[in-house]
Design a binder for this molecule. Structure first.
Ligand SMILES: *[C@@H]1O[C@H](CO)[C@@H](O)[C@H](O)[C@H]1NC(C)=O
Ligand SMILES: *[C@@H]1O[C@H](CO)[C@@H](O)[C@H](O)[C@H]1NC(C)=O
Ligand SMILES: *[C@@H]1O[C@H](CO)[C@@H](O)[C@H](O)[C@H]1NC(C)=O
Ligand SMILES: *[C@@H]1O[C@H](CO)[C@@H](O)[C@H](O)[C@H]1NC(C)=O
Length: 331
């Protein structure tokens, strides 16, 4: 009975253990990154801080099992002259679709004058970075692209991200729009929200993909080439952006002006608060007067809350980053 229970629990535990094991990715040493197209190419980048430029360094990789063995090597070379410590090379294997999801390779990085070599395990399925997808096509609000062209035999599912923006904006500042979490096999499509488009405006769109199967969360590919189009749908184009800015400035000006007027006409309230702060023992006659004033809402808190909107408006006109810094330092 007891034994039966044990074997039963083992029976349940074993597949769980196997599942866990297959999920484990061996970690690469610090400063070595190797991505694979999951076909026959592993490209490694090594930050060789303490190795002089002219030292010959080699990476050797091999997989040995009962059923299949393969190996290859490459010579690390500096990527660009301005950063000589950054060395790169591609391990190219003979056979197409060499890797299986459970394959583990042993890697040996050694340099001519280095006493020790760097030995590590590498599981290609844990480091998939696919090539960028094809240039997307746009038909009104529909964007379509091929996640992999030609099709990849070993990757069955991709996740895509689409980004689009007006042609004169830059990809680095965030008013660009994006849509993530699009899962597709090869032919992918996304619908842009026409409310986020302006009729007659010129736009640009780009996509990137990462593999989801055989293993979730591959690395993002580089961006696809950019496609541009002029939107036939969307909101009406506002006459120009200037009026909105003018309205903003005028509103801010009016608020500041009102604040100044209020400040000068209610100067005696400021005076009351100031005299109160300056006098630790208030004159009883005056203090009763002050109590009345404070009941009517003119506490020092009132003055703070009253000044804040003005501060905020002037700060907002500078930039949101400055505003954050401003409040960070004042708080
Ligand atoms: C990795 O690179 C950093 C910065 O270049 C360096 O400080 C660190 O020692 C390197 N680590 C190894 C293990 O080489
Ligand atoms: C291997 O992959 C790297 C990085 O994607 C690429 O630059 C290189 O051209 C590829 N080599 C071959 C032979 O496919
Ligand atoms: C790693 O490569 C170096 C140079 O090729 C060699 O001397 C060393 O024995 C290799 N180590 C292993 C564990 O394969
Ligand atoms: C664009 O989409 C419409 C409707 O979905 C279709 O009839 C038309 O053929 C498409 N145009 C192109 C160039 O694919």
């Amino acid at each position: 009975m007891e034994r039966n229970k044990k074997s039963l629990s083992l029976f349940i535990l074993l597949p769980v253990l196997l599942l866990c094991r297959s999920d484990e990715c061996p970690r690469l040493p610090e400063n070595l990154t190797c991505y694979t197209d999951y076909n026959r190419n592993i490209t490694c980048l090594w930050n060789s801080k303490y190795v002089s430029d002219d030292t010959a360094c080699t990476i050797h990789a091999q997989h040995k099992s009962r059923y299949i063995s393969y190996s290859t090597s490459c010579h690390l070379k500096s990527v660009d002259m301005s950063r000589p410590d950054l060395k790169e090379c591609s391990l190219i294997f003979e056979m197409e679709y060499t890797f299986q999801s459970f394959h583990v390779l042993s890697m040996n990085l050694s340099c001519a004058h280095m006493k020790q070599s760097l030995i590590t395990s590498y599981m290609p399925s844990c480091h998939i970075k696919v090539n960028p997808p094809s240039k997307p096509e746009v038909n009104v609000t529909s964007v379509s692209w091929l996640s992999k062209d030609p099709e990849h035999e070993m990757i069955s599912l991709y996740e895509s991200e689409v980004q689009w923006k007006q042609q004169d904006q830059s990809w680095s500042d965030p008013p660009f729009q994006k849509k993530g979490d699009i899962q597709c096999e090869n032919e992918c499509r996304a619908e842009l929200d026409p409310d986020k488009l302006i009729q007659g405006e010129k736009y640009e769109v780009r996509v990137r993909v990462r593999s989801v199967k055989p293993r979730p969360e591959g690395a993002w590919s580089d961006w696809s080439p950019t496609a541009s189009w002029e939107s036939p749908v969307g909101k009406r184009k506002p006459p120009s952006d200037v009026p909105r800015l003018v309205v903003c400035i005028i509103t801010a000006g009016v608020v500041v002006l009102m604040a100044v007027i209020l400040c000068t006409t209610k100067k005696h309230w400021v005076y009351v608060v100031k005299t109160m702060k300056g006098q630790p023992v208030p004159d009883p006659g005056k203090s009763s007067l002050q109590n009345v004033h404070f009941k009517s809402g003119f506490s020092s808190e009132y003055f703070h809350s009253f000044l804040k909107p003005v501060e905020m408006i002037t700060v907002e006109l500078i930039s949101p980053v400055d505003a954050a810094v401003y409040y960070g330092t004042t708080l």
